[in-house]
Design a protein around this ligand. Structure first.
Ligand code: PHE
Length: 345
């Protein structure tokens, strides 16, 4: 090994390194080259191992060449590194480019589900007549859902409400909001004007007009001298507020907890009373059940029926919402399909 051949090795190493560095196209490969040439176990170090075999006077000269080669390779690495960095940066900037002149994207606004929206519309009307919103529990006891509403065990009228029972003895899922009447009477004193919206449950085969869970709004008014005429006047105001100026009527009905009991009909909101499939050609639609609170029920509520009279009414919210929005099937309300809900914006 002599000075000439060693410095020739160094120069060819330099040439090879500079060529490879110039050809590299990504930062990771560039770093690999840096390790390959300048690392502790790199090619330059390997060549310099030959220095020891040289005569003492040649060693500084080879050292100088080695330094030059090292500096040249380092310089080439730095230049190529800067170039690659600039390239990567330019690509990133291009891909992340934001056109600030584009118009903004609209943010979708949420909206009330049609059931709470309808409950709000109902409570708003009765609110104007001084009715206050109360809520009763969804898991009720048999006493409040039936017995205190004048339906002792085995009363045949219980069959009107197919009941879902729960594992707690004497308890059930309320089949209507009427037990709320009892809870209000037991906790407040007349004059009472209460509105009770809430979810109800029935053991029912599900179809377009029946659900096993659904919503009702109950109304209760108790005061001295409350009459059927007050009930009719109030319900007329309600029907007109929701469905416009239409004829209304009472038909005889039956509920164990009201006497007399009525069905409240509104002139068909689809055909205006002429007769159409929506009203079964009758020209009328029943929108709720109502009546004068049965004296026995007032007594269970701790109210003296000699002094006070009351009326009550109860309506299905889905039915009202169907009429307001021409919804053909109440199953839509529970599915929460956005294609349905989006129509109520
Ligand atoms: N609770 C009755 C029902 O579920 C409706 C009703 C309420 C009738 C109040 C009269 C008075 O059908």
């Amino acid at each position: 090994m002599d000075f000439e051949s060693l410095s020739a090795d160094l120069r060819s190493l330099q040439a090879r390194a500079l060529k490879e560095i110039a050809e590299v196209s990504d930062p990771a490969s560039l770093e690999a080259l840096q390790i390959q040439y300048l690392g502790k176990k790199g090619d330059l170090t390997a060549v310099l191992r030959g220095i020891g075999a040289l005569p003492a006077e040649d060693r500084p000269r080879v050292g100088a060449v080695a330094n030059e080669v090292g500096e040249a390779v380092k310089g080439a690495l730095a230049v190529r590194g800067a170039e690659l960095h600039a390239q990567v940066q330019a690509l990133r900037l291009a891909s992340e480019k934001v056109d600030v002149t584009l118009p903004g994207r609209p943010v979708g606004r949420g909206t009330l589900h049609p059931i709470p929206e309808t409950i709000a519309a109902i409570t708003e009307v009765f609110g104007q007549f001084g009715f206050v919103v109360y809520e009763g529990p969804e898991v009720e006891d048999d006493l409040t859902n039936f017995q205190m509403l004048n339906m002792p065990p085995d009363h045949p009228a219980r069959d009107l409400w197919d009941t879902l029972y729960v594992d707690i003895p004497g308890h059930l899922l309320r089949t209507h909001t009427s037990p709320g009447q009892m809870r209000v009477m037991q906790t407040t004193r007349p004059p009472i004007r209460a509105l009770l919206p809430g979810r109800c449950f029935r053991y029912e085969a599900v179809d377009a007009s029946h659900g096993f869970e659904f919503f009702q709004v109950e109304g209760l008014m108790v005061d001295e001298g409350t009459s059927m005429a007050d009930l009719k006047g109030l319900l007329d105001e309600f029907a007109h507020a929701l469905f416009g100026p239409r004829k209304t009527r009472f038909r005889p009905g039956y509920y164990p907890f009201t006497e007399p009991s009525v069905a409240f009909d509104v002139e068909c909101v689809v055909c205006g009373g002429v007769g159409c499939p929506a009203c079964s050609k009758s020209g009328w639609m029943t929108i709720l059940g109502a009546g004068m609170v049965h004296p026995v029920v007032l007594q269970y509520g701790g109210i003296d029926p000699e002094r006070y009279q009351g009326f009550a009414f109860g309506m299905g919210v889905e039915r009202i919402a169907n009429l307001r929005h021409a919804v053909p099937d109440l199953r839509y309300y529970l599915e929460n399909d956005l294609r349905f809900l989006d129509q109520f914006r």
